[in-house]
Design a protein around this ligand. Structure first.
Ligand code: WT7
Length: 644
């Protein structure tokens, strides 16, 4: 808890925010004590239904079960598009800002409807229907959002794979979700560099017999391989389709999307979200957490390949009828002032990004910020990892000139939408604190023995009752969901994060307590990186831990034991880095590889990561008891190698 940084009061100009301090108290209270009544009102206000629900909520956290709005029927694309047309036909739904500052496009709600219907019809024509899985491997172009919505139009389930993932990682996900179609692009464009998306898809699909259709959006017009019968160009198959498409009326609990995310063990899990509860919490949180006003331009810098892009570029904003900005490029291209130039160019009101980007831009100096006006900005947001108070203060004072509340939103792929966050007009801000629970969310701090900690204290962050957008299953392995989230502490959803709660009831997230890394806001299992490294014939064993990194938040530190007789050298290191890139993607490049003739293990053979973390952090004074190690000499060796 950073008591050196003073609490900031709500800035002027938020007296008429959607949620004022007294509203927050009353609504939060009701959301817990009269859950069904509260969420029935919200579901009526926020969503348009084909058929009302029979029951609002039922759940059993011992079994890991949850159901919201059972018996209700609705369609997500209708909620995000059609129902807005009477009042917003000509309003811009999506502003696209290309990688090149000269490229931008505005797509109205009418145009969005036409495009979504065309693609939905084309998908249907190729045999894709309700319940089928469609993989999206896309750059940040409007067609990515159009493809998501087209899937929802016909009840197909999308699974988006971030364009930075390797062909190998893409293949694993397509196979795991048994996708029948893939939507991609010839190439992506980021920071002036082309990304060979279609070529990557080709590599993956050699091993994915379930895929019978691959739709290719032309972005750079690069020459790509097109397999006859399977591969078709987006513009060609959509050109002849009608701009009307009968929406599939979905059950509230029908699957909406699958999104793969890393855990502490094994391959990434396909987190399954369903229709009504997800859309409700995405839209409610969008409106209240960003205090969204009619006509404002809202910008979230995430990629649609992450959950933030799903909930806060596409579904939340469009369900509320907002104008959402989609950015193809990177914050430092052509230079570190790009974000603020874009804010001025499109008169952005709300800017939502990750702490890693804030720290990187802070490091480039204030002049990139101050050359812009930023007078349109009203609210700033952060997500993805804890924000250090120094970066928070810079964001608040230099970017926001002290006028804009910062919402530090804590949530996860599994939670689907914001869970703990300040509200701009309701919460005094403490730099670095995710602050207060959103409506319907009951966080608790658990001690090691599973008892709830009362008042101020520290513990494992868990959630005590269901919320509408919670994970419903791990695709293809429901038991894995129960084991991962509902078994450590029966009756609770276990987040994997540690947190403290201060005397004012504010939550401060301290980071993962499991073997999950958070590198530049990207989630990665230590086990995934280890598996990649040990694929090399010369490597016997590897152990991966995180260490504090000034910009990335966490860096990747690999301890690697070569095979007997192998001479470790820099060329071998380079090969290991390359393996991580091939197996996972560039985000998994190790920052440090340290040769480890041996790894510290208990007598039962378990690697003591706690020690490895301390050595990586260079905290050699607090190694603690090493006497239980099978070979205590290993530690001294690692320490002297570290400094070598
Ligand atoms: C993990 C979830 C939620 C969308 C992006 C990441 C960390 C997320 C915060 C925050 C501190 C945060 C947690 C969480 N995290 N937001 N505001 N403060 N930590 O989603 O990839 O599922 O990662 O990100 O450790 O468990 P994700």
């Amino acid at each position: 808890m950073s008591h050196h940084f003073p609490t900031h009061p709500i800035p002027d100009g938020f007296a008429d925010a959607h949620i004022k301090p007294a509203d927050y108290e009353a609504m939060y209270e009701r959301s817990i004590t009269d859950r069904d009544g509260f969420f029935a009102d919200m579901a009526t206000e926020f969503l348009t239904w084909d058929k009302p629900w029979d029951a609002v909520c039922s759940f059993d956290f011992v079994k890991g079960e949850a159901s919201w709005f059972a018996g209700g029927k609705l369609n997500v694309s209708v909620n995000c598009i059609d129902r807005h047309l009477p009042e917003r036909a000509e309003q811009t739904a999506i502003i696209w800002e290309g990688d090149d500052p000269k490229d931008s496009r505005a797509i109205s709600y009418t145009e969005l409807k036409d495009e979504v219907c065309r693609l939905a019809n084309a998908l249907r024509a190729r045999g894709v229907g309700k319940g089928d899985r469609v993989c999206l491997y896309m750059p940040m172009v409007p067609e990515a959002a159009i493809a998501m919505l087209a899937c929802t139009r016909i009840g197909a389930v999308h699974t988006i794979v971030f364009g930075g993932f390797s062909p190998e990682a893409l293949k694993d996900r397509i196979q795991s979700a048994e996708c029948t179609a893939v939507i991609t692009s010839d190439e992506g464009l980021r920071g002036g560099k082309a990304v060979p998306l279609k070529a990557n898809v080709d590599k993956s699909l050699t091993d994915c017999p379930s895929v019978t259709t691959c739709i290719v959006v032309r972005r750079t017009d690069a020459e790509v391989n097109m397999l006859d019968g399977r591969d078709v160009y987006y513009d060609e198959i959509t050109a002849t389709q009608s701009t009307d498409c009968e929406p599939e009326s979905m059950d509230s609990e029908d699957p909406l999307f699958i999104l793969y995310t890393s855990g502490s063990t094994g391959k990434p899990k396909g987190v399954l979200h369903t229709t009504a509860g997800y859309l409700l919490q995405a839209s409610m949180s969008f409106k209240y957490v960003f205090d969204y006003r009619e006509g404002e331009v809202y910008w979230c810098t995430a990629d649609v390949g992450w959950v933030t892009g799903h909930s806060y570029i596409v579904y939340g904003p469009l369900a509320v009828g907002a104008t959402t900005l989609m950015f193809e490029g990177v914050p430092t291209y052509p230079d570190a002032g790009r974000c603020w130039d874009v804010v001025d160019k499109h008169q952005v009101s709300t800017f939502y990004t990750a702490p890693t980007a804030i720290r990187a831009l802070q490091g480039k100096g204030d002049s990139f910020v101050t050359r812009s006006s930023r007078s349109s900005l009203r609210i700033l947001g952060t997500v993805g990892e804890p924000i250090n108070p120094e970066a928070w203060e810079w964001y608040f004072h230099t970017v926001g000139e002290g006028r804009c509340p910062i919402v530090d939103t804590w949530w996860q792929t599994e939670t689907g939408a914001h869970m703990i966050t300040p509200l701009p007009g309701a919460t005094n801000m403490k730099p670095g604190a995710a602050s207060m629970p959103f409506f319907g969310v009951e966080p608790v701090l658990l001690a090691e023995d599973g008892s709830e900690i009362e008042g101020a204290g520290a513990g494992y962050l868990a959630i005590k009752s269901s919320w509408p957008s919670q994970i419903r299953s791990v695709y293809g392995d429901h038991q894995r969901m129960v084991d991962t989230y509902f078994s450590n502490y029966p009756g609770y959803y276990f987040t994997g994060d540690g947190a403290t709660r201060d005397e004012d009831g504010y939550y401060w997230i301290t980071g993962r307590v499991d073997d999950v890394l958070n590198v530049s806001g990207h989630r990665m299992g230590t086990a995934e990186v280890e598996s990649a490294v040990v694929l090399h014939d010369s490597i016997a064993e590897a152990a991966v831990v995180g260490f504090p990194h000034d910009i990335k938040g966490q860096g990747i530190y690999c301890y690697v034991t070569p095979m007997e007789g192998v001479e470790p050298n820099d060329a071998l290191k380079a090969e290991l880095v390359q393996l991580c890139v091939e197996e996972i993607g560039p985000i998994a490049k190790p920052d440090v590889i340290q040769w480890a003739p041996g790894l510290p293990k208990t007598r039962s053979g378990k690697i003591m990561r706690r020690l490895l973390r301390k050595i990586a952090e260079n905290e050699l004074d607090s190694l603690g008891d090493t006497s239980t190690l099978a070979d205590p000499g290993v530690v001294d060796e690692l320490i002297s190698n570290r400094n070598a």
